[in-house]
Design a binder for this molecule. Structure first.
Ligand code: ZN
Length: 270
């Protein structure tokens, strides 16, 4: 275990359930938080190139964090059961140096993705309805996918790792006391499909600071531990890295992210 790895682990836990000074009280509004537009990014050369139908598939999209979380610590700091321990209900998430919040980013990408998936016939369920509320807790985010009997679920995030690291990674579940045993193999397949599609669709490189070939397995995330349906997290880039932040702050890049995930889901179901 290297010092560098320890740094990364600290940063990761901050993003998805821990607490970190750099993430506390994050309320700044994004400089490019324009509303999602269906036509945004339409000039990009690499839109979803697949033609596969997703008719009949139930896909749950979990936009990480929520825009109102920072103002309601009494709600998000409540401890919840994540199967192998207890953890905060939710966290504020990270932000770019310019103040574009992870919550706003994940909401924007999720709404773009929902639109594209529905156009392919999928039934899409989002775990939150806007970016002004609080939560829901990470356990409820998993429960929403379970109740929907989702064929697949994705939790969308951006990381708050040290600024020197860049790139994306997919977080896959580990079996936790049998809670999620049946979904782990399918989640690994889903994770690889989304990783491959994300890399080819966005050009974002594999993470330089965590995982192997952009794949990382964890058992400390309630959203994965409590899921009984195939589910992965995608840390789409490092918001604390200037290069990644510039990409994630671009509306056209976010449209490419959404299109790449569509390709990944089509691949997963094919
Ligand atoms: Zn996050």
């Amino acid at each position: 275990m290297t010092a560098g790895l320890l740094l990364c682990l600290a940063a990761l836990s901050a993003c998805d359930g821990g607490s970190s000074p750099e993430k506390g009280g994050q309320t700044a509004q994004p400089p490019v938080a324009e509303p999602s537009k269906p036509s945004a990014g339409s000039g990009e050369p690499r839109q979803a190139q697949d033609t596969g139908s997703l008719k009949g598939k139930v896909i749950v999209i979990d936009p990480g964090h929520n825009g109102g979380n920072a103002k309601h610590p009494e709600v998000i700091n409540r401890q919840v059961d994540i199967g192998n321990g207890r953890k905060e209900c939710d966290t504020t998430g990270t932000a770019t140096a310019a103040g574009y919040s992870e919550a706003a980013f994940t909401w924007d990408v999720s709404t773009r993705l929902a639109r594209l998936l529905r156009a392919k016939g999928a039934k899409v369920v989002l775990t939150r309805n806007d970016n002004t509320g609080v939560g829901p807790c990470i356990t409820e985010r998993a429960a929403i996918g379970n109740r929907a009997k989702a064929d697949a679920a994705i939790s969308i995030h951006a990381d708050g790792a040290p600024a020197s690291g860049h790139g994306f990674h997919v977080i896959e579940p580990l079996t936790v006391k049998g809670h999620n045993a049946t979904m782990v193999p399918a989640s690994r397949k889903l994770g690889k499909a989304l990783r491959d599609a994300y890399k080819s669709g966005t050009g974002m490189p594999y993470s330089t600071y965590v995982g192997t070939n952009a794949l990382n397995s964890r058992d400390d995330l309630g959203g994965l531990n409590m899921s009984t349906v195939p589910k992965v997290f995608v840390e789409t880039g490092n918001m604390r890295n200037a290069g990644d932040a510039a990409k994630l702050s671009s509306a056209s890049f976010r449209q490419r992210i959404a299109a790449s995930f569509v390709t990944g889901f089509v691949q997963y179901f094919s």
